[in-house]
Design a binder for this molecule. Sequence first.
Ligand code: IMP
Ligand code: MG
Length: 172
Amino acid sequence: MNNKFEVMISQEELEVRIKEMAAELDKQYEGKTVHLIGILKGSVMFLSELAKNMKSEVTMDFISVSSYGDGTSSSGIVRLNKDLDESIEGRDVVIVEDIVDSGRTLSYVRRLFEDRKPKSLKIITLLDKPDRRVVECKVEMSGFVIPDKYIVGFGLDYAQKYRNLPYIAVIE
Ligand code: IMP
Ligand code: MG
């Protein structure tokens, strides 16, 4: 590793906030099965931590989309690389994302899923960078609002690296 990191959100802060988000979802979906849909690969850590802290019945599925190349700027095109394994018709769906940046990914995914007639559909994201928004994108719950800095860790990568850091860091 040649890059230097400055911690922006510590492991402890992540744990506390994700527990709160899990409790909030439990309250909102009391007595229901929550179908969590993770957007690969960035949301994997967040989805796991969230699911472990939820008391509701949870099912999971994943999609893979890409809008970034190997660098730090968006190409502007969203491509579906891997679709869901199961139908979401009639289910209570929560899309779980790592970060909302331009908003392109989530506005694409919301449109894609709304057409499939879920019973309900919400989007939750661990991080939100509102200064970078290009496309309007509704998010029902976000963990942390952060400034316009390129960050890595807890699922987020730089050129596919650093996803395993247990905290969120600014890369220098
Ligand atoms: P969008 O621009 O909102 O469509 O975000 C696309 C994707 O870019 C996100 O799901 C992340 O995986 C990735 N991304 C955006 N900002 C960052 C960042 O600061 N670090 C690492 N990945 C990022
Ligand atoms: Mg992502």
